[in-house]
Design a protein around this ligand. Structure first.
Ligand code: NAD
Length: 451
């Protein structure tokens, strides 16, 4: 069953463009749109670097790294760095674009950026990973900086990776108060309490708030809900714990090597121990073994894709058996799958809203570093909850507003696109993007186009 429909365009950057174009008709004013849309969508700069690393085998291996600053209209670039085999230019461009919209939607003072190195991180020793990280940091040079572009962890990078980036940057710029150059650092090195679980915590808040607002008929709270999660790393593992602690039943889990399923509920502590001991979820005793993508199809109430892009496609969207999809991963659902899920009445809480908790607490970390402060856990937890609730309420209200005005938007659309199909009813992704893109456009117009 682990097959993907190759007829669908799975290029992440073109998918980001499709999503952007689908939200545009719902913007307030389209008079300046043609040139403005290019200005807002095209990345500001793309850096590609060659990275030689002396491997443990004493051979030199070359890697390619990227850093894309998509937009600095609303502030310095912000976005993670991933070490992943497919981390090419197009993937990193898409991820940087999504970061711009995410920071705008959550109303934090950052633009969007992302970095990546094409590598199978699981095959590197700790020393090789450190050397690759340090070489990449030097190659980025002054592209990153506390007020220009601030990286963070993403797939197969973590607090240790951020510590190496900070240390390398500090060696290059001594005596300059460089802690805010990266976020997601270890606590002992200026990291923030709550950053490790922030993405999952934010996802939890968005989902809980959406249910509380009546987004899913017959499901008003997390307690008692059945949850299936693809990905058991930073986002997925913390999410499983939070949903479980809130009284949900975790019925499906997977990592890159395989999935496990138990309709009566997986014993999460035992699963965690099995993962730590064996490095994989596969083989967890007593559970049904599944393929990596099959975990998306198990009957559940809340489905959480928390791995990588393009996991819910036109190939499997018909078989998704959930009431709501909460995207912890970036770009897990293709536009074609969005349409299928929408037609089936399954709402998707989009990545730029649902997984924004990580960047929100990254912003808190950056602010603490700049002010030489340490905020306490309760303070951070409450600030995060407020941000996530506010953004969820905004998107839910905005969608109602857009749907009420749909005849007007359809009329305006038809006037310019006579031969195109009728404008679809906006889903939560289109709605969230509309809010975010509008904010970026307003900021661009207020700043003016230099010179
Ligand atoms: P991670 O490296 O900690 O975990 C990734 C998980 O996905 C692992 O369990 C891995 O086994 C699994 N995985 C990797 N490739 C897979 C594949 N091809 N098929 C199935 N499973 C696969 O990474 P993370 O930080 O948890 O990130 C997961 C997703 O969440 C990514 O899309 C990332 O961009 C997004 N995200 C992360 C953060 C964050 O703060 N870490 C914030 C926002 C969004």
């Amino acid at each position: 069953m682990d097959t993907v429909d190759r007829t669908e365009d799975l290029n992440p950057h073109r998918i980001a463009r499709q999503q952007f174009d689908r939200s545009a008709p719902f913007l307030e004013d389209l008079s300046d749109w043609e040139g403005m849309s290019e200005f807002l969508f095209e990345p500001e700069h793309i850096l590609e670097v060659a990275l030689p690393v002396l491997m443990d085998s004493r051979t030199v291996k070359m890697f390619t790294g990227y850093r894309v600053l998509h937009s600095s209209i609303r502030g310095p670039g912000k976005g993670g760095i991933r070490f992943y085999p497919t981390a090419g230019k197009e993937e990193v461009m898409a991820l940087a674009t999504w970061m711009t919209w995410k920071c705008a939607l959550l109303d934090i003072p950052f633009g969007g950026a992302k970095g990546g190195i094409a590598v199978d991180a699981r095959a590197l020793s700790r020393r090789e990973k450190e050397h690759l990280t340090r070489r990449y940091t030097v190659a980025l040079g002054d592209t990153i900086g506390p007020f220009t572009d601030v990286p963070a962890p993403d797939v197969y990078t973590d607090a240790q990776t951020m510590a190496w980036i900070f240390d390398t940057y500090q060696m290059m710029h001594p005596g300059q108060g460089n802690l805010p150059v990266v976020t997601g650092k270890p606590l002992e090195l200026g990291g923030s309490v709550g950053r490790d679980s922030a993405t999952a915590q934010g996802l939890f808040h968005v989902t809980a708030r959406f249910l509380e607002l009546g987004g899913v008929s017959g499901l008003s709270e997390i307690k008692g809900a059945r949850v299936s999660i693809q990905g058991f790393g930073n986002a997925g593992r913390h999410a499983a714990k939070l949903f479980h602690e809130a009284g949900a039943t975790i019925v499906g889990l997977s990592d890159s090597r395989g999935g496990i399923h138990d309709p009566d509920g997986l014993a999460l502590e035992g699963v965690g121990r099995h993962k730590d001991d064996t490095g994989s979820l596969a083989g967890f005793p007593g559970a049904e073994a599944l393929g990596v993508r099959d975990v998306l199809e198990v009957p559940c109430d809340i489905l959480v894709p928390a791995a990588v892009e393009n996991m819910i496609t036109t190939d499997n969207a018909e078989r998704i058996d959930a009431k709501v999809v909460a995207e912890a991963a970036n770009g897990p659902t293709t536009p074609g799958a969005d349409d299928i899920l929408s037609a089936r009445g399954i709402h998707v809480l989009p990545d730029i809203l649902a997984n924004a908790g990580g960047v929100v607490v990254s912003y808190f970390e950056w602010a603490q570093n700049l002010a030489n402060q340490q905020w306490d856990e309760a303070d951070i937890a409450e600030k995060l909850r407020k941000k996530m609730y506010r953004a969820t309420d905004l998107v839910v209200d905005k969608r109602v507003e857009l749907i009420e005005s749909l005849p007007m938007y359809r009329e305006r659309w038809a006037a310019d696109h006579a031969s195109d199909p009728e404008l679809p009813k906006p889903d939560y992704r289109m709605t969230a993007l509309t809010v975010a893109v509008e904010r970026c456009r307003n900021a661009a117009l207020q700043r003016g186009i230099w010179p």
